[in-house]
Design a protein around this ligand. Structure first.
Ligand SMILES: O=P([O-])([O-])O[C@@H]1[C@@H](O)[C@H](O)[C@@H](O)[C@H](O)[C@@H]1O
Length: 396
């Protein structure tokens, strides 16, 4: 059962017209109108004092495509006409705010709904103003920002601009090329005291400059890259192989998808960012390097949002005998992702209420490359991550 608490929590999405954001918004609006159940929402029915209810959430956000959300959603092919009639009509009345984009960071995705700003500093102030206006106009108690925009290329992490808050702030004034759109949103949110989550592989609040700022301002941040389908299965299976002492000789993962995410990843530079986050999960769980851990992603338009993942795992058991495991997950990308985004927003909002700032490691279960607090390696094993979250929430 879902009960409103009377609070109003705004969720501002970067990439609001995308398949994941429109699915999240439609799903929640349908919960409000009684035409959607709570399936797929991992924290539904978990009683946590102070946590916003699904019905308390109010949405806003930016997108380079200025179409209203109903038109955007019909292009993504995730929501059915029935879904829209059943309570997601509210999508028709929402249009995204102008957004920041850069072809230098994300080559395949463009749009005309752009923030007009003379430099990075001005772009940040427009974003911060959008957040202030959202809070006032929607009469919100609190706001959370979640990045759902298309994957950017990897930046040069050794660039001094990204390595201290002071240098980053100078870089805003000179529109330093090391600073990506994702970082501008993260900075604007943190500087406004608003919790920030990164559901994409783009580098954002995880640069030292912004980590330092989040810590100093005691603002909760979390990321990165939603762990939805193939990688989720990987982090469930690998601990089991370890427990049974089955040595993993190789793990071949491939997947196809044809949504806008797939289009963004069709650019080799954006793809590399995704491979960076997908490729890291195995070794720390198993305790040894899997030399033949191969990950492939292919943009295949006929599938749209219905991504399909195949895994072939080669293992060695007792007496050196070799075996294979095959996994074929026929997923729906946004249907898996949207509820996780909602839970991340609720937990970040709760962290803010509890005065818990900086990196929110308890959200590791929702990410492929979890951000961590004190420089130690991230925990990737699914069961341990779930325990971390439940311990932090104070539930069993
Ligand atoms: O979570 P997961 O299934 O391992 O990884 C997926 C990627 O393989 C896919 O290319 C991307 O479009 C999805 O959004 C998701 O990130």
């Amino acid at each position: 059962m879902s009960m409103q608490t009377g609070r109003r929590v705004g969720v501002a999405f970067v990439g609001m017209g995308g398949a994941v954001a429109t699915t999240a918004i439609a799903g929640i609006e349908m919960i409000k109108s009684g035409s959607n159940r709570l399936d797929g929402l991992p924290l539904a029915g978990v009683p946590v004092a102070g946590m916003a209810d699904y019905k308390d959430l109010v949405f806003g956000g930016w997108d380079l495509n200025g179409d209203d959300l109903a038109s955007a959603a019909s292009g993504h092919g995730v929501l059915t006409k029935q879904d829209i009639e059943n309570g997601a009509q509210v999508l028709k009345g929402i249009t995204p705010w102008p957004a920041v984009g850069s072809a230098k960071f994300c080559k395949n995705i463009d749009g005309q709904n752009r923030i007009v700003a003379k430099d990075h500093r001005e772009a940040v102030s427009v974003i911060a103003n959008d957040l202030r206006r959202f809070r006032q106009e929607s009469n919100l108690d609190d706001v959370v920002v979640v990045n759902l925009a298309s994957t950017e290329r990897w930046p040069d992490l050794s660039d001094p601009t990204l390595n201290s808050t002071a240098a980053f702030e100078k870089g805003l004034d000179s529109s330093d090329e090391a600073i990506s759109p994702a970082m501008l949103y993260a900075y604007a949110a943190i500087k406004s005291g608003i919790p920030y989550a990164n559901f994409t592989p783009s580098v954002a609040a995880d640069v030292p400059a912004l980590l330092e700022l989040a810590k100093e301002m005691n603002v909760p941040v979390a990321g990165k890259d939603g762990k939805t389908g193939q990688t989720m299965m990987k982090t469930v299976l690998a601990p089991a192989f370890k427990a049974r002492a089955l040595h993993v000789d190789g793990w071949f993962s491939t997947n196809i998808l044809g949504n806008r995410d797939g289009l963004a990843l069709n650019d080799p530079n954006s793809l590399q960012s995704k491979l960076n986050t997908k490729g890291t999960v195995l070794d720390s769980i198993l305790g040894y390097p899997v030399e033949d851990h191969l990950v492939h992603i292919h943009y295949y338009r006929p599938r749209g949002d219905d991504k399909e993942a195949w895994d072939n795992i080669d293992v060695t058991g007792f007496m050196g005998q070799r075996m294979q495991i095959k996994v074929n997950f026929l997923c729906k990308d946004s249907i898996l992702a949207a509820p996780l985004v909602i839970e991340i927003a609720r937990v970040l909002d709760l962290a803010k209420k509890r005065g818990d700032g900086g990196v929110q490691e308890q959200l590791s279960t929702f990410f492929k490359a979890p951000m961590v607090k004190n420089g130690h390696g991230p925990e990737h094993a699914f069961g341990k991550q779930e325990k971390m979250l439940r311990d932090w929430l104070g539930v069993n």
